[in-house]
Design a protein around this ligand. Sequence first.
Ligand code: PLP
Length: 392
Amino acid sequence: MNRQERLYLDWNASAPLLPAARAAMVEALALAGNPSSVHAEGRALRKLAEEARATIAGLMEVAPKQVIFTSGATEAAALALSPVLKSGTGEMRFSRLYVSAIEHPCVLAGGRFAPEAVETLPARADGLVDLTALEAALARHDAAEGAPMVALMAANNETGAIQPIEKAAAIVHACGGVLVVDAAQGFGRMDVRPAAMGADFVLLSAHKIGGPAGCGALVCGHAGLLPQPLLRGGGQENHNRAGTENVAAIAGFAAAAGAADIHAWVRVAGLRDLVEAGLDTICRAVGLPAPAVFARDVPRLANTSCFALPGVAAEMALIGLDLAGIAVSSGSACSSGKVKSSHVLKAMGVGDELARCALRMSLRTDSTESEARRFLAACEAIVARTAASRAA
Ligand code: PLP
């Protein structure tokens, strides 16, 4: 049996824990106590949690109290997407939530809005949110009922397409609305500071950047606009999220965030392009149509390639690659363990037959050319088998 090392090319699903994050977590786990206790043990944990908060706040250029640690981007979405927010000493009310059809399920679910108050906006065939549709929806919005809330992602988890957030922010703010940006995939790979994007809230996830799963944050772009707590009880997280803090996870998150470098990804785009060009050559060599590369014509995260090898079902390709020691995803992340066809590709107008062939490969900052070539060789074998079975 081939005992080749595993090659993990599924960083958008979850990035392996970074050594710096592991070290920070081990340090925190060695401490006993509750960070809310006033004794020395409690204060030691509080210090770690507040240092972590200062790190995330510094990177996002907000005040520490504008960072609310959560159990991940999913909870941050549930916290922010709400018909009522705290605004100074009063409230700001929202009558409708507008989301794009390519959002992550945690945003599509609409948080605390009633399902009938959530409007899904179309996406374009190139993988970007449709700003014309956003403008039209907000022009129809009845401000007398409440302000509009809009939730869009910084970068799509499946295609890597980087969304026109600054333009969206201008449209939303011109209508008196609030913009929530899901930066789970963008954080660490592009500039997702609230002020730089024009976002009022930013959702972060630790495990996408080499921190632990089960940790993330809601970053509030303004000190005066805060969520109503979702979890009530104790006064943790400045009364924004009750429950004893998971200091080890928070410390690991901050360590991973501190180690992230958006410039480190530039080189990786070259490897992604090498893979996409190589797939083209492989398919043509056996007379198969050229692979479809989704969102190829728009700015994308440097590490992400979502493509379909026509006629090669994603499930078959995933198994073939797994047997060759390589981990990738189907076009849609399969949270249930089943390969479902992707709502993102559907929203882009990709037909079912092609969508069923979609794979997502996501690289890491130190991916190498030999790894890219190993991936291509494994794809070549799968494509050759498909071509042979067609010919038989
Ligand atoms: N948003 C996007 C774009 C994601 O890719 C993910 C993770 O798959 C999430 C949100 C959810 O993040 P978490 O796993 O931290 O809840």
